[in-house]
Design a protein around this ligand. Structure first.
Ligand code: PLP
Length: 354
């Protein structure tokens, strides 16, 4: 027997969620965001399942080349662009698109004198203040890139697309800058795609929704018709009865209010389960709702079995996924699904179901 923890990736759900993205953005092309190892789901495996997407967005040149070499022939976008000028020949060779967010990158493109046009996604800082050209720098940046022969797509990124008026100012600023330009545009992450049909543009860039989690606080993934992709599961490896006043786990942070039956689960923070998940964070045991108690340790956590008398060693435990949305666990742990999904540890065996 091996340690029972595993992550199961449901490729049918992944494809279903791409269909949901298409239904919200029927006139846009979909640049599926598969950074952070496909949000923890395995970059190449996700790309293979989503081969009908119009493009993939990632961060590293090496990953982009691996994706190209795996046979994907459509657009591949580097979301932070290149990090040094010597990457430009490889971009050209592998026909990769690159974000251009800073003046030094334009200078590098000019100096590279590539005979093949660079596919440039010119990023405008419309208010997030992370990457991109300021509105007053944008016209000159565009002109220089076009002089260098680049094929340009205009891009911006929203800071608050999960709020009801979250994109108004950024969208107005972007539109004012680009309204008379006949160039493709890309604006929306998952939250904007699901909430703001006015901002769809030519290319949408959904990430989290493809993995079946919600980008919004106030609306669940299932309300958007999304299906969970990753299920993190394990088993009970020990059970015991404890008396009132008994403490559980490191620091004794949980103290039994009465007689209880508890179980130890083979899953800890070294597997990617959040250490800061407090007592009360939901979990499924034998398909029934329970809660974790005490501190999460490196390799184990403890669950309450008092109301699940049939639970025993070997009982299945779902940490998140099918039957228990990752968003619910994330909220209980004071974080977001993105962080839990990408933190899945390499030591957790991952298997796909088609
Ligand atoms: C990560 C990212 C996305 C995808 O965001 P989600 O919230 O996961 O949909 C889109 N665009 C950019 C620039 C990103 O960095």
């Amino acid at each position: 027997m091996t340690r029972p923890i595993r992550a199961t990736v449901d490729l049918t759900a992944l494809r279903h969620n791409l269909g949901v993205a298409r239904s919200y953005a029927p006139h846009s092309r979909i640049m599926a965001v598969i950074k952070a190892n496909g949000y923890g789901h395995g970059m190449l495996q996700v790309a293979k399942a989503l081969a009908s997407a119009d493009g993939f967005a990632i961060l590293n040149l090496a990953e982009a080349i691996a994706l190209r070499e795996s046979g994907f022939s459509k657009d591949i976008l580097l979301l932070e662009g290149f990090f040094s000028a010597d990457e430009i020949p490889l971009l050209v060779q592998h026909e990769l698109s690159t974000v251009i967010h800073a003046p030094w990158q334009i200078d590098a493109v000019l100096q590279a004198r590539s005979s093949t046009p660079i596919q440039a996604w010119l990023k405008i800082n419309s208010g997030m203040n992370r990457l991109g050209f300021q509105p007053d720098e944008f016209p000159a940046a565009l002109q220089k890139l076009q002089q260098a022969g680049a094929k340009v797509t205009l891009m911006t990124h929203f800071a608050c697309a999960d709020e009801s008026n979250g994109i108004t100012e950024q969208l107005a600023l972007f539109n004012a800058l680009v309204h008379d330009l006949q160039l493709p545009r890309s604006l929306s992450n998952s939250a904007a795609l699901l909430s703001f049909p006015d901002a769809l543009g030519d290319w949408a860039r959904p990430g989290i929704m493809l993995y079946g989690a919600s980008p919004m606080n106030h609306k669940s993934a299932s309300e958007f018709g999304l299906k969970p992709v990753m299920t993190l599961s394990s088993e009970i490896i020990a059970t015991r009865d404890i008396h009132a006043g008994a403490k559980v786990g490191y620091g004794g942070s949980f103290c039994a209010p009465g007689t209880m039956r508890i179980g130890t689960v083979a899953c800890g923070y070294a597997d990617g389960y959040p250490r800061h998940a407090p007592s009360g964070t939901p979990v499924l045991v034998e398909g029934q709702h329970s809660r974790i108690i005490g501190r999460v340790s490196m390799d184990m956590l403890t669950v309450d079995l008092t109301r699940i008398p049939e639970a025993r060693i070997g009982s299945p435990v779902t940490l998140w996924g099918e039957g228990l949305p990752v968003d619910v666990v994330a909220a209980a742990a004071g974080t977001i699904s993105y962080e839990l999904l990408c933190a899945i540890a390499a030591r957790v065996p991952m298997s796909e179901v088609a």
